[in-house]
Write a protein that binds this ligand. Structure first.
Ligand code: PPS
Length: 333
């Protein structure tokens, strides 16, 4: 049973008040018992998501936002579709690999704004995913407790991706500047992250709840950092998990397709048309290189943007939140 409370709080209010209206909403409600922060729009879709029909041959890619979801989606789709590069080029990732709960995190005014529906922006993404032919690929950022109930009986393959929390937070800040029209300052956004007041927070509960499932045969956990360090190994491991075997030259070609430069210039993935329109309509700087979807793609880029003080706050918070959990040994020093 999910209950909903209004998110009334100075930091959440600050984020809500410092944004361009008409873009994506930020956190307005807290769901219990999970503590999940969502825009109020989401409350209308909880039951439909919980009752969503899961199929055994689905493949789900799940993460906290900005942890490498899109990168993983493209990898998984190509492995699952026998390296159909033509198919991947000719159909937007949003269509091939729908974002289940997107309908619940986009404001109603945006939906009726007549956006190009190629991006499945106006669509009811739950129905869209429901009607896709098998085998389906589905993206979600939902925490364990909000996933469809059938996930736990049908047990489709799930790939969860993690990323260094400081890099994820910095990436989420830039995401908010673009998609949510966030105009507030960086330190207060970071405070909102640390206080778990942003959409899809609480961050550590998200990661820990999936980590606890890692020994299940239908769950694979990859990390952004592993992908950056040795993408061919991650491709091999993921292919094996999906019951596919790839030759080494196929792995090399796929790793090249998934390189940051190639993904950044791939119009089936980078959202450039939609972003151009969003920037125009909402007066965002068209030449700002940080207002892109495939943005920087680096490990430890937080070191450039985060002050030592904010970085220290993240370390203290991480140690506190992971104490006594499955992740304690990683962060106890
Ligand atoms: S979202 O909006 O939650 O689905 O975002 P998500 O896809 O999870 O994360 C976006 C970040 O992933 C980076 N990215 C990549 N990095 C390296 N190589 C490749 N190919 C790649 N594709 C996407 C993207 O740039 C975002 O990270 P930042 O740090 O903002 O650059």
């Amino acid at each position: 049973m999910v209950t909903i409370e209004e998110l009334k709080d100075p930091v959440a209010d600050y984020v809500r008040e410092h944004r361009i209206p008409g873009l994506m909403p930020v956190g307005d409600i807290r769901l219990q018992p999970s503590g999940l922060i969502m825009p109020k729009e989401f409350s209308r879709y909880i039951d439909r998501i919980k009752n969503f029909q899961v199929r055994p041959d689905d493949v789900w890619v799940i993460s906290y936002p900005k942890c490498g979801t899109t990168w993983t989606q493209e990898m998984v789709w190509l492995i699952g579709n026998d390296l159909d590069y033509e198919g991947s080029k000719n159909k937007l990732l949003f269509q091939r690999f729908p974002f289940l709960e997107a309908v619940g995190i986009i404001s109603d005014s945006q939906k009726s704004g007549g956006d190009d529906d190629e991006w499945v922006f106006n669509a009811d993404t739950i129905s869209y995913a429901d009607e896709l032919p098998s085998p389906r690929c589905i993206k979600s950022h939902l925490p364990v407790s909000l996933l469809p109930d059938q996930i736990w009986t049908v047990k489709p393959k799930i790939i969860y991706v993690t990323r260094n929390v400081k890099d994820a937070a910095v990436s989420y800040y830039h995401h908010h500047r673009l998609w949510n029209g966030y105009t507030g300052v960086f330190p207060l956004f970071m405070q909102a992250f640390l206080e778990d007041k942003l959409v899809y927070s609480p961050y550590w509960d998200h990661v820990i709840e999936y980590k606890k499932l890692e020994s299940e045969p239908y769950i694979l956990i990859n990390s952004y950092e592993e992908m950056k360090k040795d993408l061919p190994s991650v491709i091999r491991k993921t292919a094996k998990f999906l019951g596919k075997s790839l030759k080494s030259d196929e792995i090399d070609v796929l790793a090249d397709h998934l390189s940051f430069e190639k993904m950044k210039s791939n119009s089936a993935i980078n959202g450039e048309e939609l972003i151009k329109e969003v920037k125009q309509r909402h007066g965002l700087d068209p030449s700002d290189p940080t207002l892109t979807f495939i943005r920087k793609g680096e490990v430890d880029s937080w070191k450039v943007e985060m002050s030592p003080d904010v970085a220290r706050q993240f370390d203290i918070w991480t140690k506190k939140m992971t104490k006594g959990t499955i992740l304690e040994s990683l962060y106890s020093n």
